[in-house]
Design a protein around this ligand. Structure first.
Ligand code: SF4
Length: 551
């Protein structure tokens, strides 16, 4: 079996997954069997990837921070044009055309790891797999991540595909699994490792092979859509072929609304209560936690695109004829508009829509009035729910000036975008870190909600700040519960300003910039050294520019 389980922590062994060179040596000693059922796939893989594989295999420095263009060109040359062209349409790039947050493949990995009876195998460079595995266990994966390593030779000869195929056959145990996900990371995608040639099913275990390169999928949020969309597409073909399993809890007696996007576990229940007066029920949440939930997700009256960037998944729902509704039941106005839109999409009577609103809106208003938020706030994140959070903050009384999302502009976010822009908020899709930081500089907020580097910078400026992912996404947002919950954490953070000022007064400039680190004495500034280093850097940059012109 070639699927390895890399160590999840540097303390295990040497802190690296098993070294690809060592494993490759072992594999290279295995005689190639011309009659092997795997040989045919390997030959196809080799011919598909010839040339392009060599280019990437020899490019030892190619990664998400360098060699992007070469990897992209290699991927196109090695048979990945179709998938990359689709990604370019689904996930249009912005001012930054490479990931600025964690490796995008983490999104797909996480979706697979959270599903019951689903195993995931990564195919990629050891360093990438190590980082992804570490992060997945940091976020409580509680199950192994499979790994098929490679070296230049297995990549160039197509043996890597043979190894993947062998691993897939070894892992596809129907007693344990409904589905087996194989994820091509950057180098195998650039090299054209043809996961599409894997069997679609082995002993009843569905095989889902996807390419999730950092040079094709800009954020980990959109990588969730890559896998969710592939699974929905597969499930739809099963539905079209014949009867499928019912949901574990049985089929809903009421028409359901499928909820698109990961959310706080209580939110679907809150949404279900809101829908009840309209004789509707909350349906499956996509990405699902189990394969059979995919059938339930497809079998819905309408889809609520709570997170608006699930473009591939929405394409499948559209092909199944399901109407889609953007935004979410957030705050007073947001909830009222969302219930109207859901009612319209499902042909619900005005009386029932009015009853649903009457049941929930007074409670939301009461919570918003009870816990007002006073202060100027900037919001930035990469989850895709940034616009929703900004709406809630504004309805709570906050002065929100800027919302940056790493996700792209889509039709499903139009309602929230229009609502925010009508209130003078600058909405920045595909926001770069530089834009998020510039917003903090420009608007001087009382609170900055953002990603790790934004929070770090804000704290340096004595601006209270909150991590979007850990502290905002991890709480209820919908309905009355959301109104009270968000205000609690935001007001607590706003009240911290005096503590930041006290700390700043005490520490002064200690540990800032080139004063950082441990010093035996008082740091001595050497402006002449800085000037020398700057001159050297400028010379190197000029030389690189000249070389680029010459090539
Ligand atoms: S797989 Fe992820 S970490 Fe590795 S090079 Fe690609 S984007 Fe970077």
């Amino acid at each position: 079996m070639n699927a390895r389980q890399p160590s999840a922590h540097p303390a295990h062994g040497n802190g690296q997954p098993e070294d690809s060179a060592g494993l490759a040596d072992e594999r290279l000693r295995t005689p190639r069997e011309a009659t092997s059922p795997l040989a045919e796939g390997a030959q196809k893989a080799a011919s598909l990837a010839e040339g392009a594989q060599k280019a990437v295999a020899m490019d030892g420095g190619a990664s998400c921070v360098s060699g992007k263009d070469r990897m992209l060109a290699s991927a196109h040359a090695s048979g990945k044009s179709e998938v990359l062209t689709q990604y370019a349409k689904d996930y249009p790039k912005g001012p930054h055309d490479q990931p600025q947050s964690m490796c995008p493949a983490f999104g797909s990995l996480r979706v697979g790891l959270r599903m019951r009876r689903t195993a995931t195998i990564l195919s990629g460079s050891a360093c990438c797999v190590y980082g992804l595995t570490f992060t997945s266990h940091f976020y409580g994966a509680r199950r192994p991540v499979g790994y098929v390593p490679f070296n230049s030779e297995t990549l160039v000869t197509g043996k890597l595909f043979e190894d993947i195929r062998e691993a897939v056959y070894a892992q596809a145990d129907p007693a344990q699994l409904d589905a087996l996900v194989i994820i091509n990371l950057c180098v195998p995608t650039a090299s054209g490792v043809p996961l599409q040639l894997l069997p679609k099913e082995i002993n009843g275990v569905r095989i889902i092979g996807i390419d999730v390169p950092g040079f094709g999928v800009p954020t980990h949020a959109e990588a969730k859509d890559v896998l969710a969309g592939a699974m929905l597409q597969y499930a739809m073909q099963e539905v079209q072929a014949g009867p499928v399993a019912a949901p574990r809890t049985g089929k809903s007696a009421l028409p359901t609304i499928t909820l698109l996007g990961e959310m706080f576990p209580a939110d679907p229940m809150v949404i279900g209560q809101m829908l009840a007066p309209m004789q509707l029920a909350a349906g499956a949440v996509v990405p699902t936690r189990e394969w059979r939930e995919l059938y339930a997700a497809l079998d819905c009256a309408a889809v609520a695109a709570i997170h608006p960037f699930y473009t591939a998944s929405m394409r499948v729902f559209a092909s199944a004829g399901r109407p889609m509704v953007g935004s979410a039941p957030i705050g007073y106005e947001g909830t009222a508009a969302w219930l109207d839109a859901i009612g319209k999409a499902t042909n619900t009577s005005e009386e029932k829509i009015a009853a649903a609103k009457q049941a929930v809106l007074p409670g939301i208003k009461a919570n918003l009035d009870r816990a007002p938020i006073k202060g100027r706030i900037t919001v930035s994140g990469y989850e895709g729910s940034e616009l929703l959070v900004a709406r809630m903050l504004i309805e709570s009384g906050a002065d929100v000036r800027y919302v940056g999302s790493a996700c792209p502009r889509t039709d499903m976010s139009a309602t929230d975008r229009d609502w925010l822009e009508a209130r003078g908020v600058h909405v920045q899709y595909r926001a770069s870190l530089e834009q998020d930081l510039a917003a903090v500089d420009e608007y001087q907020p009382d609170l900055a909600i953002g990603t790790t580097p934004v929070v770090q910078k804000a704290k340096e400026k004595t601006i209270p700040s909150l991590y979007f992912t850990n502290l905002i996404s991890a709480r209820p947002l919908m309905g009355a519960a959301g109104a009270g919950s968000l205000a609690q954490v935001v007001n607590a953070a706003l009240a911290n300003k005096t503590r930041f000022d006290t700390m700043k007064a005490f520490f002064g400039e200690t540990g800032i910039g080139d004063n950082a680190g441990i010093w035996q004495g008082v740091p001595v500034h050497r402006p002449e050294f800085k000037a020398q280093v700057r001159r050297q850097q400028e010379k190197r940059a000029a030389k690189r520019a000249q070389e680029a012109i010459g090539t």
